[in-house]
Design a protein around this ligand. Structure first.
Ligand code: PLP
Length: 392
């Protein structure tokens, strides 16, 4: 019996750079004290006020099948939020609630790509991107961005790769780089999408975590509404990673088909989760700021630590919960550096290579541990890098 080619080839066969992560996890299981700066998960849990609404909703009986497109209340809230942020008229008919942003990314690609079509994505990338595109039956085509451009994509590179492609996936603020695309970058991307007739799938799950500049959604750009699918999520903005609640905002005609897809795949999101999400979004900016605050604080602390040395340089950390550090001065690859750091200092970071070839010679540090320990670990990391660089 053969499994489908699609499922067997969802991920590439070569080393994917996640060995360091799994090794760190095995060391923890074996009782070693490892400082984990790997995963994009808050060190705070879902706010008790959100949990209280979730529990009350479940106890009130919202545990049965919910409306497949999402409950009206939450669709309206998401629509109002997106309209406020983009200035583009948005109604519940432009919104489908999905079981997290990841399911949204898969559904969005399924909506716009036929089997064999080419879906573009930018390297460095969030780890699931190529597999998500392949899962939708499309061919995932990578476009490299450059460290010297602070990983802001060049429109000319996208244009050169776009012939015959049907979609482009972008992510700002970016995981793994922490970069926020500038208005110039986004406007150039929009031009390429129009010129090459590409759908734009815009992953905006970190839109509440911006430390420098402003988040701009391409949905707000001229002539982009009809070709843009925005993917959003409660995971990062409200520390609700386990609740699995996100959305897609798109033209009405796309949402209609996505509802049919959801009917035949996920069958929606639990009502008590949606009630909690609606409460969380309606609680306003202060709750989002409270959740983003530790990352804002640690990012400022990191800038101070990094300014005091010359070996490790920071890709401008403009948003999201990560730092992308250039460790090429040590002479090591990101993977070798991460392995050596784990062995000598019991600190686990992600090699840049885990997120694509464009991030080789870099490491990604998640700002997801308490401030004092975070600063001490970063200091150790920098000292270690300096020793390596000196001994070259
Ligand atoms: N997109 C990016 C860039 C992410 O970093 C993540 C999770 O880490 C997701 C999407 C998926 O998030 P979720 O499915 O929890 O909404």
């Amino acid at each position: 019996m053969n499994l489908s080619h699609r499922i067997r080839h969802l991920t590439g066969s070569s080393s994917d750079g996640w060995e360091v992560f799994y090794r760190a996890r095995r060391m923890i299981d074996a009782g070693h004290a490892i400082t984990e700066l790997t995963i994009g998960e808050h060190d705070t849990r879902t706010d008790p006020s959100i949990l209280a609404v979730m529990e009350a909703s479940a106890r009130a009986g919202h545990t049965g099948y919910a409306m497949v497109p999402g409950i009206d209340l939450l669709r309206d809230t998401v629509a109002a939020r997106i309209q406020l942020r983009t200035g583009v008229p948005t109604t519940r008919d432009n919104v489908i609630i999905t079981p997290g942003g990841q399911a949204g990314l898969f559904a969005a690609h399924t909506a716009v790509c036929d089997p064999g079509d080419t879906g573009l994505y930018l390297d460095p990338y969030y780890a699931t991107y190529p597999g998500t595109i392949r899962g939708a039956g499309a061919v995932a085509k990578r476009i490299e961005t450059r460290a010297e451009d602070a990983f802001q994509p060049r429109a000319s590179d996208i244009d050169a790769a776009a012939h015959g492609a049907v979609s482009l996936l972008i992510n700002t603020p970016s995981n793994p780089t922490g970069v926020v695309y500038s208005p110039e970058t986004l406007s150039a991307i929009a031009d390429v999408c129009q010129h090459r007739d590409l759908w734009l799938i815009s992953d905006e799950v970190y839109d509440t975590q911006v430390w420098e500049g402003e988040h701009l959604s391409p949905r707000a750009l001229p002539n982009m509404v009809e070709r843009t699918l925005v993917v959003g999520s409660m995971s990062k903005s409200h520390a609700m990673t386990g609740s699995r609640c996100g959305w897609i905002v798109a033209p009405e005609s796309v949402i209609e088909h996505l509802i049919t897809l959801a009917t035949h795949t996920t069958y929606g999101v639990p009502g008590f989760i949606q009630d909690a999400a609606n409460f969380a979004l309606s609680a306003g900016q202060s709750l989002e700021d409270k959740i983003a605050e530790p990352f804002r604080r640690r990012r400022a602390l990191a800038v101070e630590v990094l300014a005091a040395q010359q070996t490790v340089s920071l890709i401008p950390a403009q948003g999201a919960m990560y730092l992308m550090l250039d460790i090429r001065a040590t002479g090591l690859s990101g993977e070798s550096f991460a392995n050596a750091l784990l062995d000598t200092h019991a600190i686990a970071v992600m090699p840049g290579e885990s997120f694509g070839a464009a991030a080789a010679g870099h490491i990604r540090v998640a700002m997801t541990i308490a401030d004092e320990k975070f600063v001490a670990s970063l200091q150790k990391l920098c000292d270690f890098a300096s020793q390596l660089a000196e001994s070259r």
